[in-house]
Design a protein around this ligand. Structure first.
Ligand SMILES: *[C@@H]1O[C@H](CO)[C@@H](O)[C@H](O)[C@H]1NC(C)=O
Ligand SMILES: *[C@@H]1O[C@H](CO)[C@@H](O)[C@H](O)[C@H]1NC(C)=O
Ligand SMILES: *[C@@H]1O[C@H](CO)[C@@H](O)[C@H](O)[C@H]1NC(C)=O
Ligand SMILES: *[C@@H]1O[C@H](CO)[C@@H](O)[C@H](O)[C@H]1NC(C)=O
Length: 527
């Protein structure tokens, strides 16, 4: 019925445990309807559980052994402690948390044991048998499921082998994404710290029509998601102590982002540090100072399962997606500029972010002025920026040249990247020269006592009214080279100036914070 009223919209079915079997059965019977199934620890693995052998036992048990019921119920109910934590503010002093937790827990357990009196053995048996038949029914029809599926699997599921099951479903279903939550129990959707909408957003499962539109279907992070991220990233911002400098229209350099225009479309174009180490401080500071969410344009591999062999829910890549990362395509770029967004673009892409030893702070960009004409078409303001600091937090010990010559590892990197190319995910494979080499891999890093990150945003370059840039390739190329050399110059400036920063070292910053009366930014070099 719902389908008939809006046939172009997907229908979301959320199935928890038994409901997961039900959702799969519905999908198998309705292959022509556009369904998105969200399955939380689905009971399709029932035939492999500890409960299965208990069935005949329970049947033969006299009623006096009813005491086993609370035990079985607790299996089904999951982790009462995590459930009792829901809505308790974790910022409260520990004493108050414990007090409230104890109250919640008492309530919850009273319910559990109360249930044991209310639910007779027959009911429980009936429920278990129902699970068994639902499980075998949906398993026999997995092949008929066309729907897009997201499986949420708990690592501490006491009732079902959910981790293995998620892997099995991931392999047997046509279009299935899996996310593991290693610390959660069976009833994950009722547990503290789990927000289903955040999971749907972070896995790019939210869409309003047949295909996901990364611009129109993007839901910005909520206030609580942003607060969460600030909390999660605070250690990283503490150790990197980012300094942001920007350039006003009159050429004056200021601390902070006052020089970056607020009115979109704005195109930030800059250097990609090793493994994108600058992204978190950049996006977070940008959000805090301008109240604008930067939309990063990222390698398309990040939007598939290829990059992660075991996708944990709290992965960095999911976080990037939650905060608006978009796969690099001309049409996404077009739509972002058309909606006056603030776009973050790295022309050097993966090649720059996974650079070799000795290539720190060397801009490695393609020859084609790829983004200038598109920016001019929308009258976007281009802000070139340089960033330094990667060599101050880690030393690159193994780069691509080293890794590819290690026998098994090198083969794996090559085969994974060939697989990506087969799926049409390689970027710039058709180009010549260094930039065509966009291999993805994890380099070997050796941490250091942290120094500091410095960002320097150049003077905004206005393309509004510059139709000549759209038509004249030579002019576009000139501007492109100007932007590129400005990024390089900004980095050279920072590399020189950071030597004068008395607080470049983490330890000096910590001392400053400890003895300073103000809680503002830690000072830096004079500019
Ligand atoms: C736990 O307690 C808090 C406040 O003390 C309340 O808002 C919340 O709903 C309770 N949670 C449960 C699961 O009872
Ligand atoms: C899964 O389904 C979605 C929505 O229909 C589609 O956009 C996506 O390309 C599919 N993925 C695969 C691997 O088929
Ligand atoms: C922050 O960390 C918590 C727990 O470690 C996790 O549940 C949550 O998803 C994280 N939030 C973000 C936005 O990454
Ligand atoms: C980061 O530093 C601030 C003060 O400078 C401090 O309040 C906070 O606890 C620190 N956070 C972490 C995770 O170390």
């Amino acid at each position: 019925m719902k389908h008939a009223s809006s046939p172009n919209k997907p229908i979301y079915l959320v199935g928890d445990s038994f409901g997961g079997c039900l959702a799969l059965a519905i999908a198998a019977h309705n292959p022509e309807i556009d369904l998105v199934l969200i399955l939380a620890n689905p009971a399709t693995s029932f035939d492999r559980t500890q409960l299965q052998p208990l069935l005949p036992l329970l049947e033969s048990l006299p009623d006096e052994f009813h005491v086993t019921v609370p035990y079985l119920l607790s299996f089904i109910m999951g982790d009462p402690l995590k459930m009792a934590m829901v809505n308790i503010d974790s910022m409260l002093p520990p004493g108050q948390i414990i007090q409230r937790l104890a109250g919640n827990l008492t309530d919850l357990l009273a319910h559990l044991y109360g249930l044991a009196d209310i639910i007779p053995k027959e009911t429980l048996l009936w429920k278990l048998k129902l699970l068994r038949s639902a499980s075998s029914y949906s398993n026999s029809r997995l092949h008929a499921v066309n729907a897009e599926v997201l499986v949420i699997a708990s690592g501490k599921d006491n009732m079902l082998p959910s981790e293995n099951e998620a892997q099995r479903l991931g392999n047997s279903l046509r279009n299935c994404t899996v996310r593991y939550f290693k610390d959660n129990g069976h009833t994950i959707l009722l547990e503290d710290g789990i927000n289903l909408l955040s999971i749907i957003k972070a896995t790019s499962k939210y869409r309003r029509s047949k295909r996901r539109d990364y611009v129109k279907d993007f839901l910005p992070p909520s206030k609580s998601e942003f607060k969460n991220a600030i909390k999660n990233n605070s250690w990283y911002l503490n150790i990197t102590g980012p300094v942001m400098l920007s350039t006003m229209e009159n050429g004056k350099i200021v601390r902070g982002l006052a020089g970056v225009p607020r009115e979109g479309p704005v195109l930030l174009v800059g250097y990609h540090m090793l493994m994108g180490l600058e992204i978190v401080p950049l996006v977070q500071e940008y959000m805090m100072q301008t109240k604008i969410l930067l939309r990063g344009i990222a390698h398309p591999s990040l939007f598939t399962q290829l990059v992660e062999s075991r996708p944990d829910a709290s992965s960095f890549i999911d976080m990037l997606k939650l905060y608006g990362a978009t796969p690099v395509t001309a049409s996404n770029f077009f739509k972002l500029l058309a909606t006056k967004s603030h776009v973050l673009l790295y022309p050097g892409g993966a090649r720059e972010a996974l650079h070799r030893k000795g290539e720190e702070y060397k801009v490695i960009w393609p020859d084609q002025p790829e983004f200038i004409r598109m920016a001019a078409k929308f009258g976007a303001t281009i802000v070139p920026f340089g960033v330094v600091g990667e060599d101050d937090i880690a030393q690159l010990v193994l780069d691509y040249d080293d890794l590819k010559s290690i026998p098994i590892l090198g083969d794996r990197i090559r085969s994974e990247n060939e697989e990506a190319a087969r799926r049409g995910l390689a970027v710039r494979a058709d180009m010549d020269g260094e930039i065509a080499n966009q291999m993805l891999y994890i380099p070997g890093l050796l941490p250091k006592i942290p120094g500091r990150f410095y960002f320097f945003f150049g003077k905004p370059i206005h393309t509004k009214g510059r139709q000549d840039l759209v038509k004249d390739r030579e002019k576009a190329r000139e501007l492109y080279l100007q932007v590129k050399s400005e990024v390089q110059n900004n980095m050279n400036y920072l590399l020189k100036k950071r030597e004068e920063d008395p607080y470049r070292n983490f330890i000096d910053r910590t001392m400053y914070r400890a003895f300073s009366a103000t809680s503002g930014d830690v000072p830096t070099f004079d500019f």
